[in-house]
Design a protein around this ligand. Structure first.
Ligand SMILES: C[S@@+](CC[C@H](N)C(=O)[O-])C[C@H]1O[C@@H](n2cnc3c(N)ncnc32)[C@H](O)[C@@H]1O
Length: 172
């Protein structure tokens, strides 16, 4: 088997995995535009006292903006895709932000969120109910900004339009 065949097989496996995730109602990778991230962090009044968690952190862009521009104390990203986890580790190293950013290769439903003061998310409708239950159970004094999707029961405090969707701010 030559290299091109291996690349083809890897691409097919990756696309198949995306399809399975979509069928199972899981959030697939779609990065937020950087200006939307800035608007989301402004909406939550993110500042140097905050410990920010990005649930499903993709390539880690939310974490780097939170540290570089909003000076958060610590930014933690939880990402289940190994490739994205590794990419974000490399980008954090290149940006020299490793001391303030931690990325975990993990399912965020298995992470304790009780230390978060801010949580950001850009997921999909299918996970919002289960995540809402987890956050209510574990978190106190936390601001949550969700891009595009609302929680089914919690009432948002504010919403802003960013591009073609809204971002919702919750306070618990
Ligand atoms: C729409 S992307 C958002 C990426 C990033 N937060 C951003 O704004 O650029 C959603 C990400 O969540 C990840 N994800 C979905 N479900 C997850 C789970 N249960 N645990 C960890 N990561 C998850 C996906 O792999 C994907 O990278």
């Amino acid at each position: 088997m030559n290299l091109i065949s291996i690349v083809y097989i890897l691409i097919i496996v990756y696309l198949f995995k995306i399809l399975i995730d979509l069928i199972r109602g899981q959030a697939i990778y779609f990065p937020l535009p950087k200006n939307t991230i800035r608007k989301m962090l402004k909406l939550a009044k993110v500042n140097r006292k905050d410990v920010l968690y990005d649930l499903g952190s993709g390539d880690g862009r939310v974490l780097r903006i939170a540290v570089k521009e909003f000076k958060v104390k610590k930014a933690i990203g939880i990402e289940k895709s190994l490739i994205l986890f590794l990419i974000s580790k490399i980008l954090n190293k290149i940006s020299k932000l490793e001391d303030k950013i931690e990325v975990k290769w993990k399912d965020f439903f298995k992470e304790d969120l009780s230390k978060a003061t801010v949580i950001t998310l850009y997921l999909n409708f299918g996970v919002m109910k289960k995540l809402e239950e987890k956050i209510i159970k574990e978190c106190k004094n936390v601001r949550i900004v969700s891009a595009a999707h609302k929680f089914p029961n919690l009432k948002y405090k504010k919403k802003i339009k960013t591009g073609h969707f809204y971002c919702y701010l919750y306070e618990i």
